[in-house]
Design a protein around this ligand. Structure first.
Ligand SMILES: C[S@@+](CC[C@H](N)C(=O)[O-])C[C@H]1O[C@@H](n2cnc3c(N)ncnc32)[C@H](O)[C@@H]1O
Length: 275
């Protein structure tokens, strides 16, 4: 890929997703575009740039973002957050629930990729509330990639994707595939139905649901953004929390250098003021 082509694609990706590709990702971008070029039978990146510049370019943009974004994720990623949910976050929210008159516990998995994160949260909540007074709960899950959201909605995973899910949870929360689905597992409706997937660019427009989340998981996406974008994202997410709500970021991400009013509760876990 020529430098000018790379710059054109890099700028376009930044404008539409705020993913910051930097100057050293030319090979990575080439590799990721190769599959898309084959799919639409284009001979090279030059022709692809022409397509993006043409009237049909607008339509192609979503595919470009799909091809470029990193969707790596897995069940119960960063287990520490699930421990914190049990030991700090949920007990505290339950105590405040009656006083605040919260009818429903609302959690947002922002940048949910193929669904492993919101389904892990759903399984975790189902287990947590099995032995406690019921509190209705709902998870909203969003991502910029249409392709990955389709996979998330299907909720079908190969056996090796479940390697970190304890066996008893696999038994309770997944159904085994047969015939053409042999070797695959599907998240059961009892948790699947609690997760609502929507398309959303975290840096554009208004989210398709009201503010008032008790917990927001926004993990392993901020690393792809530059500092001003991270600042904007943290401002946007903070506005979506209830007073005293929790923001969970990836353990390799940090809010250092960003202006915010959140308080660090423990590693990668922040609380909004007003509790
Ligand atoms: C590495 S995955 C993280 C998935 C999950 N949160 C986790 O920690 O395992 C990053 C996700 O962010 C999404 N993403 C990137 N830019 C985005 C944006 N501007 N708005 C919404 N989602 C975005 C990508 O499509 C991708 O699915």
């Amino acid at each position: 890929m020529q430098a000018a082509e790379y710059h054109f694609i890099r700028d376009l990706v930044y404008q539409h997703s705020r993913i910051n590709l930097g100057s050293d990702k030319r090979e990575l971008v080439s590799a990721r575009l190769a599959k898309r070029l084959r799919a639409i039978r284009l001979p090279g990146v030059r022709e692809y740039c022409e397509l993006l510049r043409s009237p049909k370019g607008q339509e192609e943009l979503a595919h470009l973002i799909d091809a470029i974004s990193t969707n790596h994720t897995y069940f119960f990623r960063e287990e520490d957050h699930f421990t914190t949910l049990n030991t700090v976050i949920l007990p505290e929210l339950e105590l405040r629930r009656a006083r605040e008159g919260w009818p429903q516990l609302r959690i947002w998995s922002a940048a949910c990729s193929s669904g492993e994160e919101p389904y892990s949260i759903a399984i975790h909540l189902a287990e947590y509330f099995r032995q406690r007074p019921a509190w209705p709960w709902q998870i909203d899950a969003t991502d910029i990639s249409h392709r990955i959201l389709k996979r998330a909605e299907q909720a079908v995973y190969p056996e090796d994707a479940l390697s970190r899910v304890p066996r008893h949870l696999v038994k309770t929360y997944f159904e085994t595939g047969y015939g053409p689905q042999d070797g695959n597992f599907r998240v059961r409706a009892l948790v699947r139905d609690r997760v609502r997937f929507r398309h959303l660019n975290l840096l554009e427009g208004t989210p398709p649901f009201p503010a008032g989340f008790h917990v927001i998981f926004c993990r392993n996406v901020m690393i792809y953004f530059d500092r001003p974008t991270q600042q904007e994202l943290v401002n946007r997410l903070s506005r979506m929390l209830v007073p005293g709500g929790f923001l969970l970021v990836g353990h390799s991400e940090s809010l250092t250098g960003i202006n915010h009013s959140l308080k660090l509760v423990r590693a990668a876990t922040y609380r909004a003021p007003g509790a």
